[in-house]
Design a binder for this molecule. Structure first.
Ligand code: CA
Length: 225
């Protein structure tokens, strides 16, 4: 059963969303304010967050930014009201994954939710990966770019594997530290940056450095493709 945290200050919308997703057999928690949402997300990390942007108190973007800061890396889908001044770029900057504009159809919303959950679920371990000139075999540890073998350190290989398994998701430095370095106390977020830099250099061949690994400013990195 997938869990959803719905953050919405309008009681009518909140209860209709909660009813709908419970009927679809999701485990639903609700929060009328951003502060409650952060607390709930810490106590019971949901698989996805539906986040209203215009909230009393803490703004939806701020809630999202803090969630990402705290290492929450699952999908966040923003709810916006029609006519609301919405800066979509800011929403993606703070780590949001998608938008739905109110009034929306519940079926459309559900389709977006399912798509995000599918994308976020890496599924069974992949042994091989190929995209835009790069091939990786995580069983034999062979990586090549444009047909040329690339030598990676063990840590670079772990990082590459994690990025690819969570491709198209924004991963914060904290999440990478936690998942790739297992909270090793000797490493800092600079270690993450250095490894990303090396990985980019080795994978770039003649192409642009950020071809596969995109920097999401103030948040972290994303494997594209
Ligand atoms: Ca609102």
């Amino acid at each position: 059963m997938k869990s959803i945290l719905i953050v919405e200050d309008e009681p009518r919308i909140l209860s209709s969303l909660a009813d709908f997703f419970r009927l679809q057999e999701y485990d639903v928690r609700t929060a009328p304010r951003g502060e409650d949402a952060l607390r709930l997300a810490r106590e019971h990390p949901p698989d996805l967050v539906l986040l209203d942007i215009m909230l009393p108190g803490m703004h939806g973007y701020e809630v999202c930014r803090r969630l990402r800061q705290e290492g929450f890396h699952r999908p966040v889908l923003f709810l916006t009201a029609k006519g609301e001044e919405v800066d979509k770029l800011t929403g993606f900057d703070v780590g949001g994954d998608d938008y739905v504009t109110k009034p929306f159809s519940l079926l459309e919303l559900h389709a977006r939710v399912k798509a995000l959950l599918r994308r976020a679920d890496p599924g069974p371990e992949e042994d091989t990966y190929a995209f835009d000139g790069i091939t990786a075999n995580f069983t034999t540890y062979e990586i090549s770019v444009q047909g040329n073998p690339v030598k990676l350190s063990a840590k670079e290989m772990d990082l590459l594997k994690f990025l690819i398994r969570h491709r198209n998701q924004v991963l914060t430095r904290d999440v990478l530290l936690e998942q790739v370095w297992n909270y090793d106390t000797d490493v800092s977020t600079r270690t993450v940056d250095t490894h990303i830099l090396n990985l980019r250099r080795k994978l770039a061949a003649d192409g642009p450095r950020d071809r596969y690994i995109e920097t999401i400013h103030g948040v972290g990195y994303k494997w594209v493709g």
